[in-house]
Design a protein around this ligand. Structure first.
Ligand SMILES: [Zn+2]
Length: 253
């Protein structure tokens, strides 16, 4: 029995040493936070100075209440932490009282990972995920994917994508219908337009990232990335989807 206990303790210590998490400790001062956001976050650039102040306060509150952990032998920069917090705040910016009650910690991996976090598996293609089961209340993001969402001027953003899943999950079901945010009379039209758009993707008649056709939840996350990254393009190409998302997110910019 003692040997079993000893073996468990050794296994636990080995696991913890291997994981070597590095908790975020750096506090970003106001001036450098403004400069970093201004340089790297398009959404922030589009805000007026009052809104920027509000954005910074909410980013700071997120950083104060959420643990951000680097998993592996690397350190996170201030900008990395701001990318995580910006991903969280952008989708809820028009909801001043909204906080992520279903999240305690964001884990950042140095590369993409597998669904089961198996280091021996070669096919690592997951950029981010919202944890479930033992990893409930956690989000996992690949650091290169997080950075690319802000640094490349495309319609995709992995950080925003995963936080949109959390919003979707807040009503109990990650089903592509954010019931707390979507007016009831828009639920049926939303599902109809979403399914039409998914059909267009599947028949190669759409410029939307094909991953959106995976299911309704992925469609909602991918189209939300597009909405925040390239609002004018989405409005031009898919006005019916854009109009409903405007009702969901009530953007002030
Ligand atoms: Zn997803």
């Amino acid at each position: 029995m003692k040997f079993v206990l000893l073996a468990i303790i050794i296994a636990l210590v080995v696991y913890l040493l291997k994981r070597r998490p590095q908790k975020s400790t750096a506090l970003v001062d106001t001036k450098s936070m403004h400069e970093l956001l201004q340089q790297h976050v398009n959404f922030y650039q589009r805000l007026n100075s009052d809104e920027q102040l509000l954005f910074r306060n909410r980013v700071q509150h997120f950083l104060d209440t959420t643990t951000i952990t680097a998993v592996g032998n690397f350190s996170l920069t201030e900008l990395d932490q701001l990318f995580v917090a910006s991903s969280a705040i952008i989708p809820i910016f028009s909801f001043p009282d909204w906080a992520y009650n279903n999240l305690n910690e964001v884990l950042l991996y140095a590369e993409m990972f597998t669904k089961d976090f198996d280091p021996k598996e070669r096919d690592k293609n997951v950029m981010g995920m919202v944890g479930s089961g033992a990893m409930n209340r956690m989000m996992i993001l690949s650091l290169p994917a997080l950075r690319a969402g802000f640094e490349q001027d495309g319609s995709g953003n992995t950080g925003i994508h995963e936080f949109v899943h959390l919003l979707d999950k807040a009503d109990g079901a990650t089903d592509g219908v954010p019931e707390y945010m979507l007016p009831k009379d828009l639920i049926a039209p939303w599902i109809k337009y979403a399914h039409e758009a998914i059909h267009e993707i599947k028949t190669n008649h759409s410029e939307i990232n094909p991953y959106a056709a995976t299911n309704d939840a992925e469609f909602f996350a991918v189209i939300s990335e597009y909405f925040f990254q390239k609002p004018h393009l989405l409005q031009e190409h898919h006005p019916e989807l854009f109009n409903i998302l405007e009702q969901v997110y009530k953007p002030i910019v």
